[in-house]
Design a protein. Structure first.
Length: 129
């Protein structure tokens, strides 16, 4: 099971658990390829409303353009941690999100800058109908 399961959220009350699930199937990633997207300096955020209000799902991808396996894994680790800290409080339940790493940037950007970029990208997506 994913380590994203049952993360406590500060905005949803003390007794509510916001469940984050991982996107793992190719068809889910393909659905998000045609969804809304926000380009930031360190990554691209794609979002799609599934229409249900059960869980928030998130996926990560880094192509070989990001670098070798070590660089791709480092970029994905940083994106996962950023999402773990930000998405439970500011993400929308019933949405799917995919973060796409950028070459030579995602792995080297300051962690606080990654968090600010994710917050900014989420605000842009939520304000655009």
């Amino acid at each position: 099971m994913s380590k994203f399961k049952n993360i406590k959220s500060g905005d949803h009350g003390s007794s509510d658990l916001l469940v984050l699930e991982r996107l793992k199937q190719r068809k889910d990633f393909l659905r998000l390829a045609h969804a809304k997207r926000v380009h930031s300096t360190s990554f691209v955020l794609q979002a799609r409303d599934r229409g249900d209000k059960q869980v928030l799902r998130v996926g990560f991808t880094c192509s070989k353009k990001v670098g070798n396996a070590v660089a791709r894994n480092r970029a994905k680790r940083r994106l996962r941690e950023t999402v773990r800290l930000i998405l439970p409080r500011f993400g929308q339940v019933g949405h799917d999100y995919v973060l796409i790493g950028r070459a030579n940037i995602t792995a080297t950007t300051k962690f606080t800058a990654l968090q600010e970029e994710l917050l900014s990208a989420l605000r842009k997506l939520q304000n655009n109908p």
